[in-house]
Design a protein around this ligand. Structure first.
Ligand code: SF4
Length: 543
């Protein structure tokens, strides 16, 4: 045990020495909050959410916030106590644990963290001698139910809008009897407290992004973005692609003004010569061309995540090429115009191919294209259409092409929340087909495991009974998952099936602000597209 702790502390100190921007505060008289990211340090520090929450939680003088990760450098051993990075204190010394959860598969890590920390796993078993546990982030904000028996409070919506009232009440809530604390917190906007049955909870959101800019706080080489500072330039997306959680749960679309983006870029310039612009759809920012032109004039390199073809300009493409961008990423999501119309992400193929030719002229070493496999209504013909599209792309782009063929997982609060998830064997067969067809053209096909996508699918649209399954699992493996499901008398198919319009959905505890009628209408439109334009060969249709 001593050896494990010594190794962990040594790893943490090594990482801290390489960080710039870390906040060290004395604990005396302050409320200690652990910001917990239930995955590795590397992945957590690549998430802008960790940076901004860390900064905002440390802003009040009477709060000290330190980071905790599921693992630091190596996979944690069973008996390894989770410690905070800054002062290497165990979780039990904190008054509150604030989990930020991006992915459903990280739920396993949450349980593992609590178990290793020696904290009772059920909220009902914990009194005020244990830290209060609050969770937020896209996954739990959309559907907190699988964790509703485990964590105490769920933040529904955006942190800037939630934190002022939460931080006002938290010092008292952490020092009174737990039932009273839950009453206090259940009265705040945007907080779901399962033990107080205060559902549905309306999502809260920040009106003015200029008032609370989000950017990298800590610079470290040990992230995916070690060479740059990240700046959020917009949030939400108005395009309503029917599969997209971001498109429906971060409404309305808001942008950071050019003036603020450039001010933040000056901050980044103190640490790095490259800025990563972050938004659901970066190229949709109304001033994207002047922003990147000015950033280049300031001598900064520019990077972006993925781009919308229809709003991608040559100015942006040139700025990326001049910034030594290695990979240009676009996301057609589906191969055929029919399926793109069905998912409501229509993209003109002629324009797409023009942009690919332009990318070739600007000498990008790699082109990456995102597709989802298993959209509702997808047929074998739609998968064949990906092959056709890539063949046209290959003819125009001579360098390395990567396609990400990700299994599609229906998400709550989207029009496809009622759709069945494609069976894992269908997904696996379609991905294998793509690999076989594209390999001769030197196209790399990457994909996530269809079997794990099923687990993600169950958790994404899961209910409270899955909490028992999470607790029952002794380690994170597919075998353990199946065993725990069986012991709980559950089947994964219950969660992956199509839902009827009249059933109560577990995630109705969250009011996303988008009406059920709107989502249902969008789903019906998708179904009309299926029947109007389905190819003769409709076999394999997933709905
Ligand atoms: S997939 Fe992209 S363009 Fe479509 S709604 Fe989501 S963020 Fe917007």
């Amino acid at each position: 045990m001593m050896g494990i702790a010594y190794r962990l502390v040594a790893q943490m100190k090594r990482l801290l020495r390489q960080e710039e921007g870390v906040i060290h505060k004395d604990w005396g008289g302050r409320l200690p909050i652990a910001l917990v990211y239930p995955n590795t340090y590397y992945i957590g520090m690549s998430s802008l959410a960790v940076h901004v929450l860390y900064r905002w939680l440390n802003q009040p003088r009477d709060v000290v916030c330190e980071r905790v990760f599921h693992s630091v450098e190596t996979h944690p051993q069973k008996e390894e106590l989770p410690l905070s990075l800054e002062s290497q204190r165990p979780l039990q010394e904190f008054s509150a644990l604030a989990f930020t959860v991006s992915y459903e598969l990280d739920y396993f890590h949450i349980v593992d963290i609590l178990r290793r920390a020696g904290i009772p796993l059920l909220a009902a078993q914990r009194d005020e001698t244990w830290p209060l546990m609050i969770a937020g982030g896209p996954a739990v904000s959309a559907n907190p139910e699988p964790l509703a028996d485990i964590l105490d409070i769920f933040a529904v919506g955006e942190a800037e809008a939630l934190l002022p009232s939460l931080l006002e009440v938290l010092p008292e809530a952490c020092h009174v009897a737990r039932p009273r604390a839950l009453d206090l917190l259940a009265a705040l906007p945007g907080l779901y407290v399962p033990m107080r049955h205060n559902a549905p909870v309306r999502r809260v959101w920040q009106r003015d992004l200029d008032a609370s800019p989000a950017m990298t706080q800590i610079y470290t080489p040990h992230t995916e973005f070690g060479d740059r500072g990240l700046i959020e330039i917009g949030r939400g997306c108005w395009r309503s692609c029917r599969f997209c959680l971001t498109g429906f749960t971060y409404r309305p679309t808001r942008y950071v003004s050019m003036e603020v983006v450039l001010n933040l870029a000056r901050e980044v310039q103190k640490y790095r010569d490259k800025v990563g612009l972050v938004s659901a759809a970066v190229s949709d920012h109304p001033q994207i061309d002047p922003v990147v032109t000015e950033l280049r004039r300031m001598g900064l390199k520019v990077a972006v995540s993925s781009l919308r073809i229809d709003s991608l300009s040559e100015t942006l493409m040139r700025a990326l090429a001049e910034s030594d961008t290695q990979t240009l990423t676009i996301a057609p999501e589906a191969g055929s115009p029919r399926l793109r119309q069905l998912i409501n992400k229509p993209q003109d193929e002629t324009r797409l191919l023009e942009m690919v030719s332009l990318a070739a002229r600007y000498n990008f070493p790699q082109l990456k294209m995102y597709f989802m496999i298993g959209h509702p209504g997808e047929t074998d013909a739609d998968v064949e259409a990906i092959v056709d599209l890539i063949s046209a792309v290959r003819a125009r782009f001579p360098r390395h092409i990567v396609i990400n063929a990700t299994p599609y997982v229906p998400k709550p609060h989207t029009p496809f929340q009622w759709a069945a998830m494609a069976p894992a064997d269908v997904l696996a067969a379609r991905i294998a087909y793509l690999e076989k067809r594209l390999q001769p053209w030197r196209v790399t096909v990457r994909s996530d495991s269809p079997a794990w996508a099923e687990v993600e699918g169950a958790l994404a649209r899961g209910d409270r009974r899955l909490g028992k399954v999470l607790i029952e699992m002794e380690r994170t493996s597919l075998r353990e998952w199946k065993r725990a499901l069986k012991r709980a008398g559950l089947s994964v198919q219950e969660y992956l099936r199509a839902r009827s319009y009249d059933e109560t959905l577990p995630w109705s505890v969250v009011d996303s602000g988008v009406t059920r009628a709107f989502l249902a209408r969008e789903m019906q439109r998708a179904q009309e597209t299926m029947t109007q334009t389905a190819p003769d060969e409709a076999e394999g249709c997933l709905l």
